[in-house]
Design a protein around this ligand. Structure first.
Ligand code: SAH
Length: 347
């Protein structure tokens, strides 16, 4: 096998055999990264131009029933102050974002039992009726098919649920036995059945993850064919069992962004906050390697530091307006522009 032939094959066929993906990951060099980034950026620009879609992220609850071992807001962490935003606070955050130009909101939270369907559906309806020209993305974790159907009927259109890893062994290392990979994957298919455009994804450099695991994640994504894929480096949180594990690298994350772009030219591919956290120019590098979405924070400033999935998260001290100002300057510095539309998805 030869790196350059494999890159050509990926470019031509938009996929590879498992062994080829593994080879591409294991034998990566600065040159192969540069080549992949050039091709990926070109493909993204053919479809999206030099545009990046901002999605305003509202982290509306940090209560969570689960204990994902890597995550700072897991239920068993006694050291964080828990909050949930009221419907009014959520609407205010959206209004603030709307006034700044956002037309796409993401409501994300821990799996907070308080937000049963009977409580969550009216929140989604309120955002939908107040901002009918905005796209609503939800990221509320695993729920039933019926729940997804009700949330879709309420106006939710997109749903982000990272599969985290498709390896059962690694999944078991990262999650307690009460959580199941099979169920998580079923949720993705249920979301699609309920009518959602779906986003999945994984952490790069999660404790115990191998390059073979990442190749399997790519093959799973190939099969699922989601509209969006969110990947970011694992970053340790000091209150978790993985506190002493190293972060994933920007280099590998960016390499995978390019591969994902070449696998699906229309894909919505965020350059994530976690990538900006481990590398001060991580988000810009992600865009130059094929990413086309950013997700700035619209949560009220006083709760931002409490939505700490990992340590040293950036942008927790800034107002929404400062955040988008800073980000648009960064995007412009690399010759791109923010595109404040709902953001087109591959049909
Ligand atoms: N409760 C929702 C939202 C999860 S938070 C759900 O289950 O989908 C969004 C994402 O943050 C997770 O899917 C996970 O991939 C990521 N995340 C959590 N802890 C992290 C960490 N320590 N480092 C990097 N990413 C992390």
């Amino acid at each position: 096998m030869n790196l350059w032939n494999i890159i050509d094959a990926l470019y031509k066929n938009q996929t590879l055999e498992r062994e080829e993906f593994i080879f591409l990951l294991k034998n990566r060099t600065e040159e192969s990264a540069g080549r992949l980034a050039d091709l990926a950026r070109e493909e993204a620009q053919k479809i999206y131009g030099k545009k990046v879609f901002p999605r305003g992220l509202i982290e509306f609850t940090n209560y969570c029933r689960n204990n994902c071992y890597y995550c700072g807001i897991q239920a068993s962490n006694p050291n964080i102050s828990r909050y949930r935003l009221s419907e009014d606070q959520i609407l205010n955050a959206c209004q603030n974002g709307y006034d700044l130009g956002y037309r796409s909101f993401v409501l994300q939270g821990g799996e907070d039992p308080y937000f049963s369907d009977d409580r969550m559906v009216p929140v989604v309806e309120a955002v939908h009726t107040t901002f009918p020209d905005c796209a609503i993305t939800l990221s509320l974790g695993e729920r039933s098919l019926e729940s997804y159907q009700r949330l879709h009927a309420a106006g939710g259109r997109r749903y982000l649920l990272r599969h985290e890893t498709i390896s059962p062994v690694l999944y078991g290392r990262l999650h307690p036995e009460s959580m199941s990979l099979k169920h998580r994957v079923q949720c993705l298919y249920d979301l699609r059945e309920a009518g959602f455009q779906i986003g999945t994804g994984f952490m790069v450099g999660a404790p115990g993850q191998t390059l073979e695991d990442l190749a399997d994640d790519l093959l799973f994504i190939r099969e699922l064919h989601p509209q969006m894929v969110g990947i970011g480096p694992f970053v340790p949180h000091h209150d978790t069992r993985f506190r002493d594990f190293p972060s994933g690298t920007a280099e590998l994350t960016i390499y995978l962004i390019s591969i994902l772009r070449l696998m699906d030219h229309h894909l919505l591919l965020p350059s994530t906050t976690a990538l900006g956290t481990i590398d001060p120019n991580g988000r810009e590098k992600g865009i130059l390697a094929g990413a086309n979405v950013v997700m700035p924070n619209l949560s009220p400033t006083d709760v931002r530091k409490d939505y700490a999935l990992y340590d040293n998260k950036i942008c927790t001290g800034e107002e929404a307006a400062e955040c988008i100002g800073c980000l648009s300057r960064r995007i412009e510095s690399i010759g791109y522009q923010l595109e404040f539309s709902q953001g087109n998805y591959r049909p």
